[in-house]
Design a protein around this ligand. Structure first.
Ligand code: URA
Length: 210
C-alpha cells in the first residue's frame, strides 16, 4: 500500500458505520455490524496480496487459476475491542494465524503496559495486520506495533474502524512504514481521549458493559 492512511469510503461501509455510531443501536446489532464492516475493511486491507497461479481442472478443462502466493497472514488483535474486528476477518480468511496483545494504561505514567502477548511464529514471513477498532491517542497502537516488530514482523498494516487525527499523527511518527486502513477519520479527541464524534467506548458497545 502506498498511502499511509486509507479511508474506505464505500457506501456499505459508511452506512453501517452510521448505524454503529448511533447511541440507540443495541449491543447485538452493533456486534453484527462490526462483523460485517470488518469483512469490508478486510477486503481493502488485503487487496494487494500477492497472487500466483495453480493448475486445476474445471469440469471442462485444465486451467492455470489464481491463488494467494506464499506470504500468509497474521491477524493481531489488541485486546479487548480488537476481537470484534478479528471475528469477521477470520470468517473471510480462515487460514490466518492469530495473535493477541493485551495492554493497560499505567495511571501514573499514562503509558501502555503489556499484560499479555502471544503471536504466531515466523511473523517475518507473513503479512501482519494489527486490528483495533479505535485509533485514538495512538499510544497503545504504536506500542502494539513496536511489539510485533520486536517479534519479527516486517510487513505490517493497521486496521481500525475510526481514527482520530492525533492517533494517525502518532502512528505516522512512530511507524511511517505501517499503512493505516480505516472507515473514517473523525474530528478530534476530547479531553479524556475519546474520539469525536466517534461511537463511544467500542468495547462497551460491543460487549454491553459500562
Ligand atoms: N477507545 C474507544 O473505545 N473509544 C474512543 O472513542 C477512544 C478510545
Amino acid at each position: 500500500m502506498k498511502e499511509h492512511l486509507t479511508v474506505v469510503t464505500h457506501p456499505l461501509v459508511q452506512h453501517k458505520l452510521t448505524l454503529m455510531r448511533d447511541k440507540h443501536t443495541p449491543t447485538a446489532v452493533f456486534r453484527q455490524l462490526l462483523r460485517e464492516i470488518s469483512q469490508l475493511l478486510a477486503y481493502e486491507v488485503t487487496h494487494e496480496l500477492k497472487m500466483t497461479t495453480q493448475t486445476i481442472e474445471t469440469p471442462l478443462q485444465e486451467m492455470d487459476a489464481p491463488v494467494l502466493a506464499g506470504r500468509k497472514l497474521a491477524l493481531i488483535s489488541i485486546l479487548r475491542a480488537g476481537n470484534g474486528l478479528l471475528d469477521g476477518m477470520l470468517e473471510l480468511i480462515p487460514s490466518a494465524r492469530v495473535g493477541f496483545v493485551g495492554l493497560y494504561r499505567d495511571e501514573e505514567t499514562l503509558k501502555p503496559v503489556k499484560y499479555y502477548f502471544k503471536v504466531p511464529e515466523q511473523l517475518d514471513k507473513r503479512l501482519t495486520i494489527v486490528v483495533d477498532p479505535m485509533l485514538a491517542t495512538g499510544n497503545s497502537s504504536a506500542a502494539a506495533v513496536d511489539m510485533v516488530k520486536e517479534a519479527g514482523a516486517t510487513d505490517i498494516r493497521f486496521l481500525c474502524l475510526l481514527a482520530a487525527p492525533e492517533g494517525v499523527a502518532r502512528m505516522k511518527a512512530a511507524h511511517p512504514d505501517v499503512p493505516i486502513v480505516t472507515a473514517a477519520l473523525d474530528e478530534r479527541l476530547n479531553d479524556i481521549g475519546y474520539i469525536l464524534p466517534g461511537l463511544g467506548d467500542a468495547g462497551d458497545r460491543m460487549f454491553g458493559t459500562k
